[in-house]
Design a protein around this ligand. Structure first.
Ligand SMILES: [Zn+2]
Length: 422
């Protein structure tokens, strides 16, 4: 396989154009502190998608969406029957998200395809720039619904009854969204209704501190640690905070605290590789003078070693059960993804491209999960990481420099050129 740099291709990637697009998108759903709140299937999400489609159509790409709202911009190849190379990420954000998570990979893929076209490089295979629906799971949990449905990992109606904080059902939000995008060509749903892609490449900010700490331009991503998400309900009884003796209560709040304390002990890891997070809690009736009769909290547990992921994850229920004094519990596993390993076809292509462009690079596993893990069973897949300041992500302060954003797009352009001519 060729390792030559295509100088005109690398030169055609425009740092200024890409940065301008990122900053235009950052205005949609902008929140104080340079952040973005762009929940999936919201009016802001739709506005961002329209802007993105406009940029794609202006350079001759063809837009289409599937029944999950996954959005594709297609660059045609010379072989009309060849399986496409897919590249993109997601356009939705966390409620207090940043300007780069997800959207960078979508814009970098568009920039890479635009550079290919402007450099006059034809590809045998088509290249499809994809924006996956609901990667974040911030409004409707779990995340990665679009890529999971595309990959046939879960039937497309799996999440119909999931509700956001306003009580809106996923099925209704999706129906409304598809109606608003009825003018965009509908396409079959991924491998459920169509052929598999040839390869998948996703560019993303690292969302961690390693690349910056090591002053490295490009992360050659080797895989993704596994994730298991749970929701826990602690059921007690509401009583008057002034009249009911503490010893007679079934206090859901106190038992929730015991459960979380016991889980912290279960998840303790002296090597600090394990990630355990309780970050969402709902208390009912949520009144300061009433003992809580229901507490619902989330668990986000991740580890790169599947043995640890399974053993500790499976121990969660027993630990909760043993920790409660007065209440009952319900445990729901919302999401379960085993650690994923990327394919050498893509990983090596990323490394070659970075090396041939003189960029510093290192192999690195992903701490966050991504749509790419659902592509692994379908086709050779991989990711390109760029550094982000302080490793900060899921935070308005999230920042990646224009230079690093451009370097990632240049590597991506070379990888796409190579894969789409394979
Ligand atoms: Zn992301």
């Amino acid at each position: 396989m060729s390792t030559t740099i295509a100088p005109n291709l690398v030169a055609a990637v425009s740092e200024a154009r890409q940065w301008d697009r990122l900053m235009q998108l950052a205005k949609i759903g902008a929140i104080p502190g340079d952040g973005v709140n762009r929940p999936c299937l919201s009016p802001e999400d739709r506005e961002a998608r329209r802007l993105f489609i406009g940029w794609g159509e202006a350079i001759g790409l063809t837009a289409s969406i599937d029944q999950l709202g996954n959005l594709f911009l297609r660059h045609e190849g010379t072989d009309l029957t060849a399986a496409p190379v897919l590249s993109g990420s997601h356009m939705d954000s966390q409620p207090k998200g940043g300007r780069f998570d997800g959207i960078y990979g979508v814009i970098a893929a568009l920039e890479a395809v635009q550079a290919l076209r402007e450099a006059g490089i034809t590809t045998k295979r088509p290249i499809e720039v994809v924006g996956w629906t609901n990667e974040e799971g911030g409004r409707f949990a779990p995340g990665c619904m679009g890529s999971m449905a595309y990959a046939g990992f879960a039937p497309p109606d799996t999440w119909d009854d999931i509700r956001d904080n306003a009580g809106i059902a996923w099925a209704d939000a999706l129906r409304e969204h598809l109606a608003a995008e009825a003018d965009i060509t509908r396409r079959p749903l991924g491998v459920v209704e169509g052929p598999a892609p040839f390869a998948y490449v996703e560019a993303h900010i690292e969302q961690g501190p390693i690349l910056e700490q090591r002053d490295t331009d490009i992360g050659v991503v080797t895989g993704i640690q596994g994730s298991r998400w749970f929701s826990v309900e602690i059921h007690g009884r509401s009583d008057h905070a002034g009249t009911c003796p503490v010893g007679m209560r079934q206090d859901a709040m106190q038992d929730a605290i015991r459960a979380i304390t016991a889980l912290n002990a279960l998840m303790h890891d002296p090597t600090d590789v394990l990630r355990f997070t309780v970050a969402r809690m709902e208390v009912f009736p949520n009144a300061s003078n009433s003992v809580a009769d229901l507490v619902r909290f989330s668990i986000d547990f991740r580890h790169p070693d599947n043995a640890v992921l399974q053993a500790r994850g499976n121990a969660i229920e027993g630990v909760i059960a043993a920790s409660l004094r007065h209440c009952s519990y319900k445990l729901f596993e919302r999401f379960h993804a085993v650690p994923a390993v990327f394919d050498p076809l893509v990983v090596d292509a990323v490394q070659r491209a970075a090396a041939s462009q003189g960029l510093s690079h290192m192999r690195i596993p992903s701490g966050a999960f991504h749509d790419s893990q659902f592509m692994i069973p379908l086709c050779p897949s991989g990711m390109i990481f760029i550094p982000c300041r302080g490793g900060v992500s899921h935070n308005p302060a999230e920042y990646a420099s224009p230079e690093h954003c451009a370097a990632g797009a240049r590597v991506l352009a070379q990888v796409l050129a190579e894969l789409a001519n394979t």
